[in-house]
Design a protein around this ligand. Structure first.
Ligand code: F6P
Length: 480
């Protein structure tokens, strides 16, 4: 069996605490089961250029530190203030500076040159996410011939949007040095194929292939999955445990509306609060009968857009509470810390409504977790943004436009009033969409495809591999 080498900016090193989000949830089980090398940033800032290696079970964690200026320009600036808003189609939040782009390239170069000596002849490489888009070409330039797969966890925008960043063409040309490039949805695949055509001169072939620079690259949609059955069991258990018990008591019979997100401009938190405000304004019936709990786990605090957002969310939350609270009722509770994943599972099962309304999201695993957490006999209702990748699979949720406060208020009202039979029907259809899949199956499907395309198999022999679901251990991590 080929040794698997996973490369990602964040590496969930054992004992490193809650840090790595959706990416770690998706990959941890696969790595535990299959073993291999997990390479990336240590999470530490220093001028030390050495590779630190640490074996835990059958996984070797190999990491490098970043210097302060690398962290600022590569992570805070180019990755999170240029690429993140660009790829989420939010150009109004984007800033661009050539110096940041060149430090991004330099960090990708350093990652490639630190990793190359660790590789063995039978390795297969799987690079993750927008921080490392230049790495495939940089590894090839160092003579690496192993199959290289790349997976983008966040959306890919239209080529017109992409063109607003001068560096975009170079990044696409670097990326197509991979053998397989995976996305969350077919829409992302289409956008990428068109961008590769316009910016890298690629020609589209049938069967998901691109022809570029005299070679073929395979594209595909691989929607990230959760361990639904295991999450359901966790939620059932957590629902009876102390944290959910305390929350339930504090509600005094009110219906719970729940949001669980990282505090991120893409998550539509301000718009969500406006929707809730509109509900309270236009449907006085719900006052005193509902509580909205928003977990908004603070993240990327060094990036100014995130600090500005925190202030705006606090202001809007304060305004809602001062306007609508009564001495013995508070309509909104907001918590800016991440909680244990199992605690969130219990809260999700308690919530009559799960509010997942990002302005744009690659997938959004919280939407899938909310479905998995429900009691099949008495399920809650998922309100889901049409701009989340998950909406492609969870079409029986109440699908909304997150920008429209009236639509959000209508959906909240509908969800809170929904009959048991309709709740059961909608929930069952969503559950069926996620129950069979697991992150391990997702990972194996990607890797099996990579092995076929990376070993030169013709396009028409690439088909879905046979995979066996297996149970994955869950970790406490930030919501994606
Ligand atoms: O969705 C992209 C992603 O990298 C996720 O894996 C993770 O949930 C989140 O962003 C974490 O971001 P960061 O590493 O910047 O804290």
């Amino acid at each position: 069996m080929n040794r698997l080498v996973v490369v990602s900016n964040r590496v969930p090193t054992p004992g490193g605490g809650a840090q790595a989000g959706g990416l770690a949830v998706a990959l941890a089980g696969l790595m535990e089961q299959r073993g291999g090398v997990w390479f990336g940033w240590s999470g530490d800032i220093s001028n030390d250029h050495s590779v630190k290696s640490h074996q835990d079970g059958n996984v070797q964690y190999a990491t490098i530190d970043l210097s302060q200026s690398e962290h600022d320009r590569y992570y805070n600036e180019f990755s999170n203030s240029t690429l993140w808003p660009l790829l989420h189609s939010m150009p109004e939040l984007m800033s661009f500076d050539r110096r940041n782009a060149s430090v991004y390239r330099a960090v990708n170069e350093r990652m490639a040159s630190s990793l190359a000596p660790l590789l063995r002849p039978n390795d297969m490489l799987w690079i993750h996410d927008y921080h490392l888009m230049a790495m495939p070409a940089m590894l090839r330039a160092r003579g690496v011939t192993a199959p290289i797969g790349f997976f983008l966890h966040i959306p890919f925008p239209s080529p017109d949007m992409l063109a607003s960043v001068p560096e975009a063409g170079a990044l696409i040309r670097d990326l197509v040095a991979a053998d397989l490039i995976g996305f969350q949805t077919q829409n992302d695949v289409e956008n990428f194929a068109e961008a590769a055509h316009r910016l890298a001169g690629a020609t589209r072939l049938t069967g998901g292939w691109l022809h570029v620079d005299g070679r073929r690259v395979r594209l595909g949609a691989f929607p990230v999955e959760i361990e639904a059955r295991e999450f359901a069991a966790t939620a059932e258990h957590a629902w009876r445990a102390a944290p959910t018990e305390r929350l339930r008591r504090s509600l005094q019979g009110q219906k719970l509306v729940l949001g669980v997100d990282r505090l991120d401009p893409t998550k539509g938190l301000i718009q969500r609060l406006s929707g809730y405000r509109r509900l309270l304004e236009t449907r006085p019936d719900w006052r005193r009968r509902v509580t909205f709990l928003q977990i908004a786990a603070e993240s990327r605090k060094d990036v100014s857009a995130y600090r500005v957002l925190r202030e705006a969310v606090d202001r809007e939350a304060g305004a809602i509470n001062s306007e609508w609270s009564e001495p013995d009722w508070t309509p909104l509770r907001i918590v800016a810390r991440a909680g244990a994943r199992s605690t969130m599972a219990g809260y999700m099962r308690e919530a009559r409504v799960g509010l997942v309304t990002p302005l744009r999201d690659g997938m959004n695993l919280v939407a899938k977790e909310y479905i998995a957490a429900q009691d099949p006999q008495d399920p809650g209702v998922l309100i889901l943004s049409r701009f989340a990748g998950a909406a492609k699979q969870l079409g029986s949720a109440l699908i909304v436009n997150p920008h429209d406060a009236d639509e959000l208020a209508d959906a909240l009202d509908t969800a809170l009033r929904m009959s048991l039979s309709e709740r059961q029907e909608r929930w069952l259809s969503c559950w069926r969409a996620i129950e069979g899949a697991t992150p391990v199956v997702w990972g194996r499907t990607f890797l099996a495809t990579l092995l076929r395309v990376g070993s030169g198999a013709p396009a028409n022999t690439v088909s879905g591999p046979k995979v066996v679901p297996e149970v994955v251990r869950q970790r406490n991590v930030f919501p994606g």
